[in-house]
Design a binder for this molecule. Structure first.
Ligand code: F6R
Length: 241
C-alpha cells in the first residue's frame, strides 16, 4: 500500500484526477467504480474539466456504482446513482450503455446482486476502484463486521453511517436504513485502487486503518492486504500518523 500526502484537498483532487486520467489512458476499456459522498466531489470537478478540455475521454470506459440505498428508485433525490449523475456522469462522455447502476427497487434483490457480479465478470473484473472512507471505516456500504470474502449484497446500515448520511439529506429520518454494496472480496479483485482521505475529521479513522490490526471490524484495514492500492491523503487527514 502506497500513501501519497499532499498539502490540502485541492492538491489531492488534482492528483487523484491525474491518476484516474492515466489509468483510463492506459486502460480505456475497463470498468471504473466510483463512490458518492463529499470526498470525491473535487475529483469529479477536475475530471469534468479534463473531459471538457478534451484532455480525457471516458468514451470507451464503463462505470459501475459502488453502492446504493436499498429500495430507493432511480428518480428519488436520494438515489446515489443520481448523485453520481449530477456531479460527474452528466458532465462527461460515458456512452449510455456503458453505465451500470444498481436497480435498488428490483423485486428480486438477490437476482439483482448476482446480476452486478455478472457484469463485473463479463468485463474481466473491476479495472479502477475509487474509494472514500466512512467515519467507522466502512468501504462502500461494507460496514464493520463485513467478512473479507463477502460479495455484492444487501447490508443493514449502522448508526454511524446513518448519522454521516444525514448530512447529505438533512435529517436522519429520511436516510434509508439498508444498502446494496459491492462486497469486500469483489472490491479486492480490482486491478488498481485509489482511496481519497481528506480533512481532520478523517484523521482518527485513517490512523486506525493504517496502524491498527487488519480486521473486519474496520473494513478499510483490508486495503492493507490488497495489491496496487494508493491512499491519497492531505496533511489534515494524516495529522495523527
Ligand atoms: C459512498 C460510499 C461511502 C463514502 C464514505 C465517505 O458511495 O461508498 O463509503 O465513501 O461514507 O463519505 P464522505 O466522502 O461523504 O466522507
Amino acid at each position: 500500500m502506497n500513501i501519497i500526502i499532499k498539502n490540502n484537498a485541492f492538491e489531492i483532487n488534482e492528483y487523484a484526477a491525474s491518476m484516474v486520467a492515466a489509468y483510463v489512458h492506459n486502460n480505456p476499456q475497463r470498468v471504473l467504480v466510483f463512490p458518492t459522498g463529499n470526498t470525491p466531489l473535487g475529483l469529479y470537478k477536475n475530471l469534468n474539466g479534463l473531459v471538457a478540455r478534451k484532455e480525457l475521454s471516458f468514451s470507451s470506459s464503463y462505470l459501475l456504482e459502488l453502492d446504493e440505498y436499498l429500495g430507493i428508485a432511480a428518480h428519488d433525490q436520494r438515489n446515489l446513482f443520481q448523485w453520481l449523475k449530477r456531479s460527474f456522469i452528466d458532465q462527461v462522455d460515458f456512452p449510455e450503455d456503458h453505465l451500470y447502476r444498481f436497480q435498488a427497487d428490483a423485486a428480486d434483490i438477490d437476482t439483482e446482486t448476482r446480476r452486478i457480479e455478472q457484469v463485473i465478470k463479463k468485463h474481466n473484473g473491476i479495472g479502477l476502484l475509487v474509494l472514500g472512507i466512512g467515519p467507522n471505516g466502512h468501504l462502500g456500504f461494507n460496514e464493520p463486521g463485513s467478512p473479507f470474502d463477502s460479495r455484492t449484497r444487501v447490508i443493514d446500515l449502522t448508526r454511524a453511517s446513518l448519522e454521516s448520511s444525514a448530512n447529505y439529506w438533512g435529517d436522519i429520518s429520511v436516510v434509508p436504513t439498508q444498502g446494496l454494496t459491492l462486497g469486500m472480496q469483489t472490491l479486492s479483485e480490482a486491478q488498481q485502487t485509489i482511496m481519497i482521505v481528506t480533512g481532520k475529521h478523517k484523521a482518527d479513522i485513517l490512523y486506525q486503518m493504517i496502524k491498527g490490526e487488519v480486521t473486519p471490524d474496520l473494513p478499510a484495514s483490508f486495503l492493507r492486504t490488497m495489491k496496487n492500492v494508493t491512499i491519497l491523503a492531505d496533511k489534515d487527514a494524516v495529522s495523527m500518523l
